[in-house]
Ligand binder design. Structure first.
Ligand SMILES: Nc1ncnc2c1ncn2[C@@H]1O[C@H](COP(=O)(O)OP(=O)(O)OP(=O)(O)O)[C@@H](O)[C@H]1O
Length: 286
């Protein structure tokens, strides 16, 4: 288990309960705690299938992303699991795992089963859930850990409004499997959920080697409010100006060096090539 002690609201007691429950079910758990960004990736890369069955990311989606990339750099043969401790926990929504249900999380990481998952690549870095450019990447880059701890998911709403006011919504050109689109924000979804328990790409599936690309053309605070209201109502993909297209190879161009978020952390800069990785990952699910 690789634990990010800074994730979410730092629920150490909750984690201890999950580990105790997993041990009671027969799991042998070795814990390594991260001391800084990048540690989870390094620890996962060093884990060997001779010693362990799986690497469990205890943290938020950013920690899972680091472990995913570490496993990709390692010897292989290890499954990936999650003890969700983050702010948004989008992966937990995706696999139907209730982060607060100690017994269910413990049973899941102990007994699996593991599902074979196709992961995405953004400029060769792996992502599990989504990668995007435009306002959402700026929000991810700007939201502070302190605000996330105080306000939880609401931190992203506050930061989105703050950023939307000063942001100039530069044009992004998106080439998806040879077809060109114009956007102000674009999210390539590997999973269905976005920002929490909100469905942005109903046809996306972790186990399918395909991306569902959400192309958002609106600008300004009013445009973002429209998306921000439609998303929790499940109506974002149905908005008339929003396009959702399936694609495997995507190139996003726009302001050089603009941030690209992957699984809720900045993982690349524009221009960004987004595609499906050749290798798969075994993801432990309820
Ligand atoms: N010990 C550490 N100190 C500081 N940052 C860390 C440490 N360990 C990991 N990180 C970084 O913390 C960032 C946030 O972690 P994570 O995404 O897991 O939590 P979160 O942001 O609260 O949750 P979510 O992504 O679900 O909203 C990640 O970018 C990760 O690289």
């Amino acid at each position: 288990m690789i634990h990010n002690p800074t994730a979410g609201r730092r629920r150490r007691r909750h984690l201890e309960s999950v580990v105790a429950a997993a041990q009671a079910l027969g799991a042998t758990v070795t814990c390594r705690e991260t001391g800084r960004r990048g540690d989870a990736e390094d620890f996962a890369a060093l884990a060997s299938a001779d010693d362990f069955d799986a690497v469990i990311a205890a943290g938020g989606d950013g920690t899972v992303n680091e472990v995913l990339n570490g496993l990709g750099a390692g010897q292989g043969g290890l499954a990936l699991g999650v003890i969700p401790l983050g702010t948004a926990n989008v992966l937990a929504c995706e696999i139907g795992l209730d982060p607060d249900d100690v017994d269910s999380v413990a049973r899941t990481v102990t007994f699996g089963p593991a599902r074979r998952i196709h992961v995405g690549l953004a400029n060769r870095r792996r992502f599990l859930l989504m990668a995007g450019a435009g306002l959402d990447a700026h929000v991810v880059a700007g939201v502070s850990t302190a605000l996330k701890r105080r306000a939880g998911k609401l931190a992203y709403v506050v930061e989105s409004l703050r950023q939307a006011v000063g942001y100039d919504f530069p044009k992004l050109t998106v080439r998806a499997d040879g077809v060109e689109y114009e956007a102000r924000m674009v999210v390539a979804c590997k999973g269905r959920f976005y920002g929490g328990p909100f469905i942005a790409a109903p046809d996306a599936d972790l186990a399918t080697p395909m991306l569902e690309l959400c192309i958002l053309p609106n600008t300004g605070v009013a445009g973002m409010l429209r998306y921000g209201i439609a998303l929790p109502l499940g109506k974002l993909p149905a908005l008339p100006e929003v396009q959702v297209v399936s694609a495997r190879n995507i190139l996003i161009t726009g302001p050089r060096g603009a941030p690209v978020q992957g699984d809720g952390d900045i993982v690349a800069r524009l221009p960004a090539e987004i595609s499906i990785a050749d290798e798969t990952v075994d993801l432990i699910c309820p």
